[in-house]
Design a protein around this ligand. Structure first.
Ligand code: CA
Length: 235
């Protein structure tokens, strides 16, 4: 039932084969590209629903590929990077990537990222990002009145906590970097803002999460940023 077309951009043949074999086994359609230039061309000509993009490509840097695609497309992009490249992941996310996978990754991790991205796609297609009310599990944000509720009980948030929550909600499924969040909440991204962000995130979580030590709504990506996850409905 997947039937999505995924563009796999990877110059490393064994990794590419692992990915395409996995996609095939799970009924995804796919096309492949071995370098940045053909990635951009394939995106333009085939309109894939999701792009899996290796950052270390032989011709153009993966971050440039993202920037180039983002000029005309919002297609979700999951970057694949080597463990040592934390700074690269951050630049990729800041350039407009949605998520990342770290090499070496398992088939289960790959499939999990694809599911997260598919849920994000569904949200985008339902246009619920533009609606006046945001609902995710027991969380409800009423953008018009500027109030947030958990199990229909109002959360008493400070203006910054509310701004943070809305920013994460509007980007559900997407990993937001510290820089992106602080720029959107404070209008700057000094070292101090990142420290404040941690403090506000902790207070927000205390109000939002039943168990702040194993958060349900907001994931921490250590050294990178945060993401609001779509809470799974009972399946
Ligand atoms: Ca590579």
């Amino acid at each position: 039932m997947n039937k999505l077309t995924i563009l796999v951009v990877e110059d490393d043949v064994p990794v590419r084969n692992l990915i395409t074999t996995t996609l095939e086994a799970h009924e995804y359609r796919y096309i492949t590209a071995e370098n940045g230039k053909s990635a951009i061309m394939e995106t333009a000509s085939h309109n894939p629903e999701i792009i899996l993009l290796d950052l270390g490509l032989p011709d153009i840097d993966g971050v440039e590929v993202i920037a180039s695609i983002r000029r005309w497309s919002n297609v979700p992009i999951i970057v694949i990077s080597a463990r040592s490249e934390d700074a690269d992941k951050i630049s990729a996310l800041d350039a407009g990537a949605d998520d990342y996978l770290t090499k070496p990754f398992s088939v289960e991790e790959l499939l999990a990222r694809l599911r997260v991205t598919q849920r994000r796609l569904a949200l985008i297609q339902n246009n619920s990002m533009q609606q006046a009310v945001f609902i995710n599990g027991a969380l409800r944000i009423d953008y018009v009145s500027g109030c947030a509720f958990l199990n229909e009980e109002e959360l008493h948030l400070t203006p910054i906590e509310y701004k943070l929550l809305c920013l994460l909600a509007k980007n559900t499924g997407k990993v937001l970097t510290h820089k992106y969040i602080t720029q959107n909440v404070w209008g700057s991204s000094w070292e101090n803002d990142v420290v404040s962000l941690r403090v506000f995130m902790a207070t927000l979580r205390k109000k939002l999460e039943k168990n702040p030590d194993s958060p349900q709504y907001i994931q921490t990506h250590i050294g990178i940023g945060y993401r609001m996850v779509k809470v799974e409905e009972k399946e």
